[in-house]
Ligand binder design. Structure first.
Ligand code: SF4
Ligand code: SF4
Length: 452
């Protein structure tokens, strides 16, 4: 049979069949890895995306046959370990995704292998569990003296060296600071604005804060509230939030994802059904609710309602503007902004809404960079991957630091972790270096542009 190059139909994504015992069949997964690796070997489009592909191609090229059959199957996991599930290969490069008969879903095959390995027990389980328990870490660190101590230790070299040895967290990776004033207990309440639904946007917003904004940088959430207030959009903050589950998904710990889904979805579904737009200021969390959770639980009505109500903040603001319901009375120019489109936003297929909005601010020039920063959630802080994460990001660090209009005033990424990682890369691997002062989340830039 002749198989045509690429598919003419829109890509589709199969549900993740993780409840089926066959999902954990190691031999079947290995056979599928071999099939997919062989297609990738003949294609090689993704060679520059991350380290999974160059590593795979090296294993093939340096093997005795120069084909996939010459690769030791025990080495397959090395390719999987380098994948941080950014989804970019699937969403932006691969012509063989379903409905193409080759039916290739590289990231979800990596996920399946991770899930099998996770069930068997992985050697880095303690470190990985510690890093991925984002809400528990935040709650612990929010105790005032603990927050100060943790934050101070994160900047002390001997403590970091010990952390690397005991926990496997790279000693020079940028680490977030914790707050003793989490967003969920320190945010302003909404004024009683009238709800004005637009053609494209619900007129009231529920803020799903995310662990990072709640425990690490609540200022991003406060800035989101300022922008909503300025535009007379009434809001609520989602109560009793739990993690979206992305850090657990990245480990292949699918049962923990289910545990979190049971905590988050009932409250979010109520808000979705009550007509709220659910706005989530970190793209990985938005993507969980828009894509991964619905694929893990197909047919679940509550999850489908949440998926439909979920917005990236700038997706919401641009649509609100098209509805004629957003103010554009900007008071402060932003100057030269180097803006990174985070991978987990890119794959949401909503277009470059952040760039679109920031470009409306007068005397603002946005230099847009659409390449992986290499940070990828907790992956880039791990001892064994941090150097690679800086290597992956190197070409884009240069692009972010070279604004066509001259000196960069702001470094902005929808993913604030990536923003700090980019600053570290620009400062040649130095965490909290001078460029870190220029890092501003796009929501904070929007609030600043309004003069709020
Ligand atoms: S999902 Fe991202 S990290 Fe994983 S193989 Fe594809 S491009 Fe690489
Ligand atoms: S994932 Fe698709 S586009 Fe990328 S190398 Fe493999 S076959 Fe080619």
């Amino acid at each position: 049979m002749t198989v045509r190059e690429g598919s003419l139909e829109a890509p589709i994504r199969h549900p993740i069949d993780w409840k089926n015992p066959a999902y954990y069949d190691e031999a079947a997964c290995e056979a599928e890895l071999e099939r997919v690796f062989d297609i990738c070997h003949g294609c090689r489009r993704c060679v520059s995306l991350c380290n999974s592909f160059p590593l795979l191609f090296d294993l093939i090229d340096e093997g005795p046959t120069g084909e996939v059959d010459g690769v030791d199957k025990a080495d397959f996991h090395k390719v999987v370990d380098q994948c941080y599930l950014c989804d970019v290969c699937y969403m932006t490069k691969c012509p063989y995704v379903p409905p193409h008969p080759w039916n290739l879903d590289f990231p979800h095959l990596m996920l399946q292998h991770k899930a099998i390995e996770f069930k068997k027990g992985i050697p880095t389980a303690f470190r990985d569990k510690t890093l991925s328990d984002t809400a528990r870490n935040g709650k612990l660190a929010a105790i005032p003296v603990v927050a100060q101590t943790v934050n101070a230790l994160a900047k002390v070299a001997p403590a970091r060296a010990l952390g690397e040895k005991l926990l496997g967290v790279h000693k020079t990776a940028w680490l977030p600071q914790y707050t003793s004033q989490p967003f969920e207990s320190h945010h302003a309440e909404s004024h009683k604005h009238a709800v004005k639904d637009g053609q494209r946007t619900p007129g009231k917003v529920a803020i799903y804060t995310t662990c990072y904004v709640n425990w690490n940088e609540p200022g991003i959430g406060h800035d989101l509230i300022k922008v909503l207030e300025h535009n007379a959009i009434p809001f609520v903050v989602v109560e009793k939030q739990a993690c979206c589950g992305m850090p657990k998904l990245e480990l292949g710990d699918l049962e923990s994802v289910e545990g979190l889904v049971k905590q988050t979805i009932p409250g979010l579904a109520k808000l979705a059904k009550a007509g709220y737009a659910i706005v989530t200021p970190i793209p990985s969390c938005t993507l969980m609710f828009k894509q991964e959770i619905p694929l893990m639980f197909p047919g679940d009505e509550d999850i489908a309602a949440v998926q439909k109500a979920m917005f990236d903040p700038f997706e919401y603001f641009v649509a609100r503007d098209k509805d004629g319901l957003l103010k554009t009375d900007f008071k402060q120019p932003l100057g030269n902004v180097s803006y990174h489109v985070a991978c987990h936003l890119r794959v949401q297929n909503v277009g470059q809404k952040t760039r679109e909005m920031l470009q409306k601010v007068p005397e603002t020039a946005v230099n847009t960079v659409e390449r992986c920063s290499g940070h990828a959630g907790t992956w880039g802080v791990k001892k064994e991957f941090h150097e690679m994460s800086l290597k992956i990001g190197k070409p884009m660090f240069r692009q972010m630091n070279e604004h066509p209009n001259g000196t960069v005033d702001y470094i902005a990424s929808d993913c604030q972790l990536a923003g700090h990682h980019i600053a570290q890369g620009i400062d040649a691997g130095v965490a909290n270096g001078p460029t870190d002062d220029k890092v501003q989340h796009p929501l904070s830039l929007l609030a600043r542009a309004y003069g709020l």
